[in-house]
Design a protein around this ligand. Structure first.
Ligand code: ZN
Length: 410
């Protein structure tokens, strides 16, 4: 069995031609760009006679079972949404390679003893409501439709209303949730989004652990006042206090080998050049492979912000708005992928994922594994994100042959 590279390349070109935006790719879940890509992929799945279902939050699942097997489904797939002005490979690579795996099995004489299930997780990037992996959290009962009432777009529309306004019907009674009686395992191919594989000239990374993360929201409240008439020592400046908090955050992780902390989003009110900022809200993203460290750093962020708020005479409220636990990939699946990589003489390493993926949500229910391919210069979530087509091909072949290895074992 062989991946058809021309067909795969055509998919990339076609999808990027219908959904790229002026700078990179802005394909947010539920947007018109997202809908066009969904339509295309669904049409392709229909040609394979896959049994397609779309749940309330927009996760697409397609069961491919040409031999009417009653074995558990092996899941493959990824996501198609991007960050604002993101790249053309994050998510889409695993999605299109998985679609291609289905097509190859469809054409091949290789008998499928285990049926396959293709999946596209909705809203992986969290670009709409600030909460990542919304689709896989819903699919694993870690988030309910009711929870969507407390998540908002930047225009203050709740996720509950927004998703329905964008044309998705809520029908939780018929939604399909991840169930270990029905699903065998999940394998996701993804671009690394870091520079390790590219720097080490490796074609494949077999993921051992996915980092855990906490996302905090820090709201600093001061008093809005005239920038000209308010003496410096009378001010309650929320932005100045926030700047000091943010400036001090890197010191909280400097002694930890794998921990990282990021403030990537800030909102200032009233955001006016001649007014002292009344309220500043910013995010704090904390990640590590060690769960204890994540909790400890989160506590330290709390202490740090409270101390600075006191010194600066402002109020601070901190809440946890998102979290995912650090998880280990399945050793048996890692072994199968490794055998396949060794057999084909491919340069590879075992690697940890610094980005959280949908697989981390499924991991406590079914075995999961991830195959990484290089991102050039480690650039991702950027218009400059790039992966060579020859590496995409290697990844797709490894995915295909891994699926077949599991197929033959069953
Ligand atoms: Zn991704």
């Amino acid at each position: 069995m062989k991946i058809n590279l021309d067909r795969l390349e055509n998919d990339f070109n076609y999808i990027n031609s219908i959904s790229s935006t002026s700078i990179g790719c802005t394909r947010l879940s539920y947007s018109k760009e997202d809908k066009k890509v969904r339509e295309y992929i669904i049409k392709e799945l229909e040609m394979l006679n896959a049994q397609i279902s779309i749940d309330s939050v927009g996760n697409i699942r397609a069961k491919f079972n040409p031999n009417k097997s009653d074995s558990k489904y092996l899941m493959i797939g990824s996501h198609i949404d991007t960050v604002y002005q993101g790249g053309k490979f994050d998510g889409l690579t695993g999605t299109l390679c998985s679609l291609e795996v289905l097509r190859v099995f469809n054409e091949s004489k290789e008998k499928l003893n285990i049926p396959l299930e293709f999946v596209i997780f909705a809203e992986e990037e969290g670009s709409n409501f600030g909460v990542t992996m919304l689709g896989s959290k819903y699919m694993t009962n870690k988030l309910t439709l009711n929870d969507l009432k407390n998540l908002f777009t930047k225009d203050k529309v709740s996720a509950y209303d927004y998703i329905q306004q964008m044309g998705f019907e809520f029908h939780p009674e018929i939604d399909n949730f991840i169930d270990k009686e029905e699903s065998l395992a999940m394998i996701e191919l993804h671009v690394e989004q870091g520079g390790i594989l590219d720097k080490k000239k490796m074609s494949v990374g077999i993921v051992e652990s996915i980092v855990g993360m906490n996302t905090l929201e820090v709201a600093v409240k001061g008093v809005s006042n005239h920038a000209g008439t308010t003496p410096m020592d009378y001010r309650k400046d929320s932005l100045l206090a926030s700047a000091e908090m943010i400036r001090s955050m890197p010191s909280l992780v400097e002694d930890l080998a794998n921990a990282v902390i990021t403030v990537g989003k800030i909102d200032v009110k009233p955001n006016s050049s001649n007014v002292i900022a009344e309220e500043t809200i910013f995010s704090v993203d904390i990640r590590d492979v060690k769960q204890d460290n994540i909790e400890r750093i989160s506590d330290h962020v709390n202490e740090l912000c409270e101390r600075i708020a006191k010194e600066k005479n402002v109020e601070v409220k901190i809440k946890l708005i998102g979290s995912s636990k650090s998880v280990k990939m399945d050793q048996d699946l890692i072994g199968i992928i490794e055998e396949e990589v060794l057999l084909n003489d491919i340069n590879y390493i075992r690697i940890n994922s610094g980005a959280v993926h949908d697989n981390a949500m499924l991991n406590d229910i079914i075995p999961t594994a991830m195959i990484f391919i290089p991102s050039i210069d480690g650039i991702s979530h950027s218009p400059y994100e790039h992966t060579k087509m020859e590496d995409v091909l290697i990844g797709a072949e490894i995915l295909l042959n891994t699926v077949n290895r599991i197929n033959r074992r069953n």
